[in-house]
Design a binder for this molecule. Structure first.
Ligand code: ADP
Ligand code: GN1
Ligand code: MG
Length: 366
């Protein structure tokens, strides 16, 4: 932290003098640091500093070009509706040289945002209203970007939600079994392999034009949105690294897998993990409303597919990472990725049991 305070923070156009730099948040990908500076006037100003994960995001310059362009576009939209762009979208703090990110002497890539004050991200749904508000905000995020020139976006992670290629990657990880862990997790591997046919459903629907390609966020878990501490409204969609052309089903589905679960993503006691249909319905209502009538009937009818496939895909990714020796996601205990994979598969099985009820719920919003 000391080096970061001395060598990295001063490179950015922060106001005031550094008081504190502390690790922050519970993201699985970037290293996130909250920076506090004291202003001459007596107040404080806070920032989020991130070391970008360049082994996952191989082209940080392209990624930051996306972030700059998308946030500039959103700022305009937010101003048009009379909102406060400093709180309702991310604000990039450039380096003193005027660049959107910094490459340090060790070759690490850094970027900084204004810290959104008076708001927090949640790792679990506190109240159904929080979840509803997050649904409206994620739906609205997609709606605001509906005319965004998709072709100008760089694909920051190719095939990010291509569940078919995710399945192929998973199978390869099982076959290679580089850590010799496959024998301990036969049950989990079988669970995923049995569902190969499912992995094609969204890819096929996009390919044959049954559902449209849109500009989507692609990582819509609850802790990627900031909720206003005072009003409880979801005000700011963050973690824009994966904004790319995709399907509305991805954004809907990823939120359900994380937020409609009765347990944490890494819960060890699987009895505590199921898909809460009350939360499922609330999110469906909020998301459809937030998308402002832009979802097609077919998309709405396929929402349960989005929920199941994003959960299955995430489970395969966690299990593949476990098999490969935990090289992708940050872990905080030895079997962390395995625990995460298990909760995802438990949710998939539960959704399969509740499938007819899920279909009836979404039908109300067609
Ligand atoms: P990761 O890609 O690792 O998930 P995020 O960009 O989601 O990283 O940031 C991690 C956490 O930091 C978020 O979940 C949120 O709690 C917090 N955070 C990120 N950006 C801001 C911001 N501009 N203002 C306040 N908190 C933020
Ligand atoms: C990662 O960056 P974060 O922690 O918000 C991952 C998502 C996964 C999620 C699982 C770029 O999200 O795809 O669904 O973990 N992001 C990336 O919790 O791989
Ligand atoms: Mg995040």
């Amino acid at each position: 932290m000391e080096r970061i305070g001395k060598e990295i923070v001063p490179e950015f156009a922060v106001e005031g003098t550094l008081v504190e730099a502390v690790p922050y948040g519970s993201g699985h990908i970037n290293d996130t640091i909250r920076v506090t500076c004291a202003l001459e006037s007596g107040g404080q100003k806070r920032y989020i500093l991130q070391r970008m994960n360049d082994s996952i995001f191989r082209k940080p310059a392209e990624l930051m070009e996306n972030v700059m362009n998308v946030t500039a576009y959103l700022r305009k939209k937010i101003l048009e509706r009379g909102g406060d762009p400093d709180r309702e979208t991310l604000t990039v703090i450039p380096t003193r040289a005027g660049e959107p990110f910094l490459k340090d002497e060790e070759g690490d890539f850094w970027r900084m945002f204004l810290f959104v004050e008076g708001a927090s991200s949640l790792d679990m749904v506190r109240t159904p209203e929080d979840f509803y508000n997050s649904a409206v905000a994620f739906g609205n995020f997609q709606f605001l970007l509906k005319d965004y020139p998709a072709k100008t976006l760089h694909e920051t992670i190719p095939n990010f939600h291509n569940t078919v290629s995710r399945f192929a990657d998973f199978k390869k990880a099982v076959e290679e079994d580089v850590c010799g862990r496959a024998k301990e997790v036969r049950e989990e591997i079988r669970f995923a392999l049995e569902r190969e046919a499912d992995t094609h459903v969204i890819c096929d629907a996009l390919a044959d034009g049954t559902i449209p390609l849109r500009v989507t966020h692609n990582d819509t878990k609850l802790n990627n949105i900031l909720i206003d501490d005072r009003t409880g409204k979801a005000i700011c969609v963050i973690d824009l690294d994966t904004v790319m052309p995709g399907s509305a089903l991805y954004d809907y589905g990823d939120s359900i897998r994380f937020g409609a679960s009765t347990g944490a993503e890494d819960e060890k006691n699987l009895e505590l993990v199921s898909c809460d249909l009350g939360l499922f319905e609330i999110y469906t209502k909020g998301f459809v409303e937030g998308c402002g009538k832009s979802l097609t009937q077919k998309e709405i009818r396929m929402l349960p597919v989005g929920a199941k496939l994003m959960t299955l895909e995430c489970g395969m990714r966690f299990l593949a990472d476990y098999l490969q020796g935990d090289i992708y996601y940050k872990i905080h205990r030895p079997e962390h990725n395995l625990d995460r994979a298990r909760t995802q598969f438990k949710l998939v099985a539960d959704m399969e049991r509740k499938w007819d009820r899920m279909a009836r719920i979404v039908e109300k919003y067609v």
